[in-house]
Write a protein that binds this ligand. Structure first.
Ligand code: BDR
Ligand code: CA
Length: 333
């Protein structure tokens, strides 16, 4: 079967890193054309450097990294839109615990991002020049894609499908109404979701990604690989477990959602998602529910459907898939 061509857009980010690694290790299934970066978990300079580190870890230096937006389209102009979530704490040993370190614990990158091109322009050039349709995997705030689409809406003709980590129905994190990627740039999310009536657009909601987790047992299995990739994946898993236990306890203890990796697992095997509906989804821009994904599940709704909404995950399948893909690092070309 022909390999699926992918473009990633990331704010690396511990879970973005694992998502990207899993795609790069799925060499028979995917060809990654490039990785765009955006501000989100950290500033774009950090998310770019972190992405370059991951590319080097996987020895995929031929894949371009393209730096993108340093700020959301509008959100930071509006000082009333405050995050309402603790992102860092200190554990009993005085160690700083956070979801995403400023820099991933990997050697500083020797490679650089592409010169003199912004991610939004790169999207436009790459998509318009491609005869084959390309799948977009967007695991950070949606600023780059929104800029590209507003500039050149004809890029849609070159997109096979868009898979996004973002939003939530009954689960939120940044505020009581919103999930981080959408909260960070709600206008960009609004623009991006509007294309879902024209190209297939699937969203991994927090409801699904909170069930897409790894455990300490998985980390131990990764460490046993005895290579740099396994060690890094184990360290990130353990540090995310600590962060979730201390900052955002979920229904279960000692688990680390690897939100962004669910996009990749879904592309490899859609049955990892156990509940999905095609519905109309809006994004609230501004006000008390800033960044909320409003899912119209009225049976008689006349609203145009734009999002394949994923709500729930087969956790065991996700764990087994992700860990066994990372185990392929022993045979990396
Ligand atoms: C999303 O926000 C980020 O912190 C993660 O990388 C993920 O993309 C989860 O809400
Ligand atoms: Ca992310």
């Amino acid at each position: 079967m022909a390999k699926r061509k992918l473009i990633f857009d990331v704010d690396t980010g511990s879970d973005d890193a694992l998502a990207l690694m899993s795609a790069l290790l799925s060499e028979n299934e995917f060809e990654v054309l490039g990785v765009c970066t955006v501000s989100g978990n950290r500033d774009v300079d950090n998310t770019t450097e972190n992405t370059l580190r991951v590319i080097e870890l996987l020895h995929k230096e031929h894949i371009p990294v393209i730096k993108g937006a340093s700020r959301p389209l509008i959100a930071k102009l509006d000082y009333t839109r405050h995050i309402n979530q603790q992102l860092e704490t200190v554990d009993e040993n005085g160690e700083i615990i956070s979801y995403h370190a400023e820099y991933l614990p990997l050697p500083a990158a020797k490679i650089k991002p592409l010169e003199k091109v912004h991610a939004a322009s790169w999207y436009i050039q790459t998509l318009l020049n491609s005869e084959e349709k390309i799948t977009l995997v967007l695991t950070g705030p949606l600023t780059n894609f929104a800029l590209a689409y507003r500039t050149a809406p004809e890029i849609l003709d070159h997109i096979a499908e868009i898979v996004i980590m973002g939003g939530g129905k009954n689960q939120t994190n940044s505020t009581s109404a919103s999930e981080f990627n959408i909260f960070f740039d709600p206008e960009a999310a609004f623009i991006t979701l509007s294309v879902g009536s024209k190209v297939p657009l699937t969203m991994m909601m927090l409801d699904a990604t909170h069930q897409a987790y790894l455990t300490y047992e998985d980390a131990a299995r990764l460490r046993k690989l005895n290579n740099a990739i396994g060690e890094f994946a184990a360290v990130e898993t353990e540090s995310r477990i600590k962060a979730y236990n201390l900052l955002q306890p979920l229904g279960k203890k000692d688990i680390a959602p690897i939100h962004d990796a669910l996009c990749v697992m879904y592309l490899l095997d859609p049955t990892v998602i156990t509940k999905k509906e095609f519905l109309h989804v809006d994004v609230v821009c501004g006000g008390i529910a800033n960044g909320q994904t409003l899912i119209d599940n009225r049976r008689a709704s006349q609203a145009i459907k734009n999002v394949h909404v994923c709500y729930s995950t087969d956790s065991d399948k996700f764990r087994e898939m992700l860990v066994s893909i990372l185990e392929k690092s022993n045979y990396l070309h």
